[in-house]
Design a binder for this molecule. Structure first.
Ligand SMILES: [Zn+2]
Length: 288
């Protein structure tokens, strides 16, 4: 079967080094396998999406010389044809099917109530036995049973402990990341997902949703969770680390070759002599 993967930046902040490493690793996997790479931009959370971040995505992908086979060619094309805002009905339809099967319940608990009563950071299911549909301004959660344990790349993930009854539709009347990511991967027939280790629980959540919905092929998706690039203090890089954005790194004179060598190290390759993306691909293809 032809390998199909995607890179999925979010236009809610500047792309940073961690994003670049993930995208390049995905690109290498796809090119080595002669597969198809899709660019998907996750803007379902329109509350935080900004035009300047959307433009930054294309600017940095261009700088890294990354190419993709499907998806938007630029910001305008994205807004016109690919924005997830255009797919809200599709997400609602998926949600309605899970609701029809009896897996969802409305929750109007405030953030502070949840924070106060959370068990190990997980919502304790206050609204589980509530009757009736959601009131305006309420979220929809999915019931995660006690025994929901998934094996992801040889690691056991107990979804009930990691995420509890997680939110599928947010009280701002927007689909949650887990729902959007899964539905897009299903519709785009993605069969290989490369993501950071911080998304291990998300992978379990998406496997869980696919099973509930009856999408059995998703279980055959190949997942690769790579270690995260850490900041100098050992913390995970995030959108708030502006100093490590690609835009800021470029301003201080960091070259794309240096980014390729970071990826080489990450992939266990000797970074010596790597200047271009093609150099990196050549070395990557020599590995088994
Ligand atoms: Zn609740």
């Amino acid at each position: 079967m032809m390998l199909r993967s995607r890179i999925a930046p979010t236009p809610s902040g500047l792309l940073h080094l961690g994003n670049a490493v993930n995208f390049i690793l995905t690109w290498l996997m796809v090119r080595k396998a002669g597969g198809t790479l899709r660019l998907r931009i996750d803007d379902a959370d329109c509350l935080r999406a900004k035009q300047e971040y959307l433009e930054d995505i294309f600017r940095q992908l261009d700088w890294l010389k990354l190419t993709w086979d499907e998806g938007p060619t630029g910001p305008d094309d994205f807004c016109r044809r690919f924005s997830q805002q255009l797919r809200l009905e599709r997400y609602r339809e998926f949600l309605a099917e899970l609701d029809r099967l009896g897996h969802l319940y409305p929750c109007g608990c405030s953030r502070s109530k949840i924070r106060e009563h959370a068990v190990d950071g997980v919502y304790p299911g206050f609204c589980r036995s509530r009757a009736g549909g959601p009131m305006p301004g309420e979220a929809l959660r999915v019931r995660v049973s006690e025994g929901s344990v998934f094996r992801v790349e040889g690691q056991e993930v107990a979804l009930c402990k990691e995420m509890g009854d997680f939110v599928l539709w947010r009280k701002e009347d927007l689909p949650a990341y887990q729902l959007v990511s899964l539905v897009d991967d299903l519709d785009d027939r993605i069969n290989c997902i490369v993501r950071g280790q911080d998304l291990l629980a998300s992978t379990a959540a998406q496997l869980f949703l696919a099973r509930l919905h009856g999408d059995n092929l998703f279980a055959a998706t190949r997942f690769l969770h790579h270690p995260l690039i850490r900041g100098e203090d050992g913390r995970k890089l995030s959108k708030s680390d502006d100093a490590l954005s690609l835009a800021a790194l470029r301003e201080t004179g960091v070259s794309s070759a240096q980014v390729y060598r970071v990826v080489a190290r990450q992939a266990g390759l000797d970074p010596a002599d790597i200047v271009t993306l093609e150099d990196l691909l050549r070395k990557f293809c020599q590995t088994v």
